[in-house]
Design a protein around this ligand. Structure first.
Ligand SMILES: Nc1ncnc2c1ncn2[C@@H]1O[C@H](COP(=O)(O)OP(=O)(O)O)[C@@H](O)[C@H]1O
Ligand SMILES: [Mg+2]
Length: 329
């Protein structure tokens, strides 16, 4: 029997629907369930062929649980090692390499020094920073947001340099991005599952959360939708996420990727609406079942990004690899 488990936090609708959808398929030797953990010892086998992770970004205990599960052979969705390492500045750098448009962006050292550092920890930084060049290139208004964040926390729109310095003081030890504002005519949020299946959803970020997917924009051209789909696939394959959302702001017909580090994307019925909800439940269930079928016990069953090969061609593995000789002990 191959088990598919789900780890989740405060969300209510998606996890149970995911479990029910898989079990309703009546696949031979595959069942899904909500994970229950009573204790965790090192090297313990999770017992799951596949785990869907919806919460380890908020619960470090779960992140450690998942890394061990992956080591024992569980296909963890999404890869907990990569998710631990990823952040939005890198995402944008990767997008540039892949040729996906992104807003101009600078990375800012935190306004306050990290705990347990002193001035001497920053001898590699030239102070004061070259703010003028950054402001000139990014322009105002601009966005300032954490380089590793989500859920709209600490996202600021800054109107001028004074406003920027005032708001930057509020960000404490957070490392922030200073980013060009994309004044958009349309905005889209796209689910991407298994590096293959894309659902493009018109999205209104300025609406209340439960109304953000309730958008009556005229249908976009086929060409634009195809471009958005291709960019979504390029980013998710490049990053290696099995389940992610990518947001695009469309300016003058060009989709700019705004936020594509969402490895536990909102899938709540109350916010995404019935049609999107049904799609995401069905498609993630299909994917989880396929992963369970492909699962090889005690092997690496994780998905890793293709970015090393596609973004940095010189680092691509050579065709003829030399096999290491066994060493005698
Ligand atoms: N460069 C930008 N141009 C225009 N709008 C932006 C930009 N960056 C962020 N936003 C707005 O702020 C919202 C939150 O920013 P986002 O990067 O998605 O952060 P989070 O990961 O917290 O959701 C976006 O949905 C979008 O509406
Ligand atoms: Mg976002």
């Amino acid at each position: 029997m191959k088990k598919i488990g789900i780890l989740f936090g405060m969300e209510n609708s998606y996890p149970q629907a995911f479990v029910d959808e898989i079990n309703a398929r009546d696949e031979k030797n595959i069942i899904a369930e909500i994970i229950k953990i009573d204790k965790l010892s090192q090297g313990q086998d999770s017992g799951y062929a596949v785990i869907f992770d919806r919460i380890s970004h908020d619960v470090p205990f779960y992140r450690a649980y998942l890394k061990n599960a992956a080591l024992q052979g569980t296909a963890v969705v999404n890869n907990p090692f990569w998710w631990s390492a990823d952040e939005k500045f890198f995402n944008n750098c990767l997008a540039l390499q892949l040729g996906v448009p992104v807003p101009k962006t600078y990375l800012l050292p935190s306004n306050e020094r990290p705990t347990d550092t002193s001035e001497t920890s920053f001898r590699n930084m030239l102070m004061p920073l070259d703010w003028e060049t950054m402001f000139e290139e990014i322009g105002f208004p601009a966005y300032m947001k954490p380089h590793a964040g989500g859920g709209w926390k600490s996202v600021y729109k800054v109107t001028d340099r004074e406003d920027f310095f005032n708001k930057h003081k509020e960000t404490g030890q957070l490392v922030m991005l200073l980013q060009e504002e994309i004044k958009y005519e349309d905005y889209y949020r796209c689910y991407c599952i298994g590096g293959k299946h894309v659902k493009i959803m018109p999205y209104a970020p300025h609406h209340e959360p439960h109304l953000r997917y309730d958008v009556n924009t005229p249908p976009a051209s086929k060409k634009l939708l195809k471009l958005i789909e291709n960019y979504t696939l390029m980013l998710c394959k490049g990053l290696g996420y099995d389940f992610n959302t990518v947001e695009f702001a469309v300016r003058d017909g060009i989709p700019y990727a705004i936020d594509f580090c969402n490895p536990a994307p909102d899938a709540d019925l109350a916010s995404v609406g019935e049609e999107n909800f049904n799609w995401v439940v069905k498609t993630t269930a299909d994917f989880a079942i396929a992963k369970a079928k492909a699962h090889k016990p005690a092997k690496n069953n994780l998905t890793w990004g293709t970015f090393m090969q596609s973004a940095v061609p010189t680092l691509a593995p050579k065709k003829e690899t030399v096999k290491p000789k066994p060493t005698k002990i």
